[in-house]
Design a protein around this ligand. Sequence first.
Ligand SMILES: Nc1nc2c(ncn2[C@@H]2O[C@H](COP(=O)(O)OP(=O)(O)O)[C@@H](O)[C@H]2O)c(=O)[nH]1
Ligand SMILES: [Mg+2]
Length: 379
Amino acid sequence: MRAPTTIEMSANSPAGPAAAAARALELSVVIPTFKEALNVEPLLAKLAAALTGVTWQAIFVDDDSPDGTAAVVKRVAATDPRVMCLHRVGRRGLAGAVIEGVMASAAPFVAVVDGDMQHDETLLPEMLGLLKADRADLVVGSRYLATGAADASALGQTREAGSRLANWLGRKVLHAEVTDPMSGFFMMRRELIEAVAPKLSTSGFKVLFDIMASQPTPPRYVELPYQFRARVAGESKLDNGVVVQYLGLLIAKLSLDLISPRFLMFALVGASGVVVHLTILRSLLAHGFAAAQLTAALGAMTSNYLINNAVTYRDKRKRGLSLLTGYLKFVVLCSVPLAANVAVATMVYERGPAWWVAGVAGAVVAAVWNYVTTSRAVW
Ligand SMILES: Nc1nc2c(ncn2[C@@H]2O[C@H](COP(=O)(O)OP(=O)(O)O)[C@@H](O)[C@H]2O)c(=O)[nH]1
Ligand SMILES: [Mg+2]
């Protein structure tokens, strides 16, 4: 009897990570993580159990979690070649993490699965089967198909309502009857993501929606129901900033990418700055107009800077000393268009239209200047 080759051995035995790696890679499971240290090993055990017979790898993309998630992944990766860690520093953002994980893959198929075990990994073989049989380009795990209704305790009532509204809007933009376009759980042919990667927004949570909306021709998709599980360890990172970002992404897609979500956010924050400005101006008028105006302008710039840092540039959020140096640059850059703002507004005003048209014209010029310069020099 001849000795079995490595290939035969790995095909026969589901175990042995080294043996599994000898076969051509079929599937990369991309797992974005932020503060999921306790979930890494249980998740890997679940993946290994679900994916027997498949040649898979797990690509964790961790944004330098303070709880040492990357260290846990690397400890496992040291002895298991199926596991790797993309350890990003100085960056935050779920969408960007997913895109980078996919770009690091060499497998024909990629899945995206959260690191907190809220997704049902036992669906992965069926998803892979549909793709391999070419029955779909994309398979989405849906929390909303009849039998897969999200566990109310897992999502929470407000989130559940918000999520349904977001889905409804998403369907309108996509012109597709997908029940869960915001799902973080899906599998597709890698090349579909690669082809549109330069167009994708790296901030926010809605990467599947963005991938679908960016395809030149609508992908053939299949949805599979699953039960969204409650989180065991760690906490959710989805907050209101994420919801605002999503609205920005929707408007960008509705404008056929003419208006970038970031510019839109920046302009909205600018509008909130006008309110701050007028409030301060009014309360300080007694101290003389010039002084009140100057204080109001500084107050508005400060609040604009802090809100932009927390929301518009969430993924590049500044802290500590760089928060301060960024602030100084922001104030200097935003002071320049004050003159341009007044000049443009006066010019328009003198040509006759209503005072508010002139005011808006000045503000638009200033907003574009502020956005272009600060996005390059500050964040
Ligand atoms: N790399 C990376 N992963 C993130 C970030 N924010 C969230 N995640 C991960 O994305 C997944 C979904 O996040 P989660 O907070 O559970 O969202 P929820 O399930 O909608 O509440 C989890 O695996 C998180 O660890 C981030 O900024 N960077
Ligand atoms: Mg979660």
